[in-house]
Structure formats: C-alpha cells, structure tokens
Write a protein that binds this ligand. Sequence first.
Ligand SMILES: Nc1ncnc2c1ncn2[C@@H]1O[C@H](COP(=O)(O)OP(=O)(O)OP(=O)(O)O)[C@@H](O)[C@H]1O
Length: 259
Amino acid sequence: MAKSIDVSDLNIYYGDFLAVEDVTIQIPAKSVTAFIGPSGCGKSTFLRSLNRMHEVIRGARVEGKVLIDGQDLYASDVDPVNVRRMIGMVFQRPNPFPTMSIYDNVLAGQRLNSKRMKKADADDVVERSLRSAGLWAEVKDRLDRPGSGLSGGQQQRLCIARAISVEPEILLMDEPCSALDPISTSVIEDLIHELKSEYTIVIVTHNMQQAARVSDETAFFNLSGVGKPGRLIETGRTETIFSNPQEPATEAYIQGRFG
Ligand SMILES: Nc1ncnc2c1ncn2[C@@H]1O[C@H](COP(=O)(O)OP(=O)(O)OP(=O)(O)O)[C@@H](O)[C@H]1O
C-alpha cells in the first residue's frame, strides 16, 4: 500500500518567483523522511508539491518530475482530487471541522469523495481510523460530540484519523506538533512511529530533536541567499545527517549556528 516518491529536477514557482530550485530526491516507502532547514527555504512548498496542494494557490506551478511508485503525479490524465486522497496531509494547526461531530470529522474525507456507505461500514471506518490514530479509547463514548471539544493534541490525532480514513498511501505532515504541548507531541511522535509500518510519511519540522527521534531519512534544505530559491543541500539516513553530514551548511544548521 505505501508508495515511494521519486522527485527529479523539480522547480517550484509562485508566479515568476522561483521558490524551490532543482530538487532531486528519492523518498522510500514505509519510512519517515524529515524535511529540515531555516525559515523560507521552501520545505512547505516542496511538501505541498508532493500532493499538488500548491495548485490551490493561483500562479503556483512546478517544472520537473514527481513519480509515485513510477507513476507521474503531474501527468495530464491525473485528477488532483484523487491525488489528495492517495496522498493525505496533516497541517500545523489541528483543523477539525469545529461544529461537526467526531464521528463525522473522521468520515469527512469519504464524504468529499462522495462515497456512500452503509452505517455498519461507516462505523468500521471510524473505529479503525480512530484506533490507528491512537484516539479511540479517549473518544469512543462521545463520537457524537463536536471535534472542537477535544484538546489540541486530540484534535491533531482526529485530523490524522480523518487523513487515514480514506486509506492513503502517503501521509504528508507539515509541522504537525508545532502547536502542541510536549506530552501531546510525544503521543504524535509515537503514532508516527507506528504509522510508518503502513504509510510513507514525510514530515516538515523545525525541531531538530524531533527529526532525529522520528525520521529514518533527513533532507536538509537551505537558501542560497536572500530572495534566492531554496535548494536541497543534503539528504541521507538521519543518523548520518546528524552525526556525519557531508556539507558544512548542514553541520552548521544542525548545531544551531543559524536558522
Ligand atoms: N502563497 C505564496 N505566494 C508567494 N510566495 C510564497 C507563497 N508561499 C510561500 N511563498 C514563498 O516561497 C518561499 C518558501 O516558502 P515556504 O513556506 O515553503 O518555506 P518554509 O521552509 O516552509 O518556511 P517556514 O519554515 O517558515 O514555514 C518563501 O520565499 C515564501 O515567501
């Protein structure tokens, strides 16, 4: 089910502005890859190009290739709506639909795909997704209550349940813990660790320790100068990037000397 991502020579533009330049990277299936780097170097932009989410911004476009298990993500016959089902996304701020019940929040993705389900099947999807997101025990007795009544960490796990309810192959996470307290962060990190047995996970994080704790592979992005595009500087096994980086800029960033 989980799929690999193979990116070659990718440039990403906002109108005339080249935000990310010439990225080539292989992201293995069933593993966690962390994107790190200073603010503005294009981590989120690159992440969004992996499920064509950047296309919701007028004028945003890519050049180059993104292959998902060998299939061209940008081929003319590929429907971006299907792409976003296959490649789910979790954002920085937990964003459950606030007035919708916990139950309906989990099913929101299915309903967007206008999938009609029998009640028993819907119940199964809700339970399976909430169990996978590590939230079932905490909410099983209040599934009809609004999603906004949960704590921040629970809301983020609800968003993860919503993302995985449609059985995606890849899960993109854009700083999923940055709005959470340390305990909720640790719960989400444990969850990421469990989810990688089924999904290919890509996570943007500003937190070096988090990248070191949760990821198998790390990709370091940097700006070549003010107003210049972000570039991928170095990628590799996380332990190698953290203990023996090849590039001086990677070492300086990891040691907290800039960014
Ligand atoms: N919607 C947009 N329109 C125009 N330019 C944008 C847009 N979003 C981002 N950019 C620009 O693209 C570049 C990369 O931004 P991006 O948010 O991807 O960086 P980042 O590494 O994720 O930053 P941060 O760590 O601060 O979230 C920046 O110069 C940013 O100003």
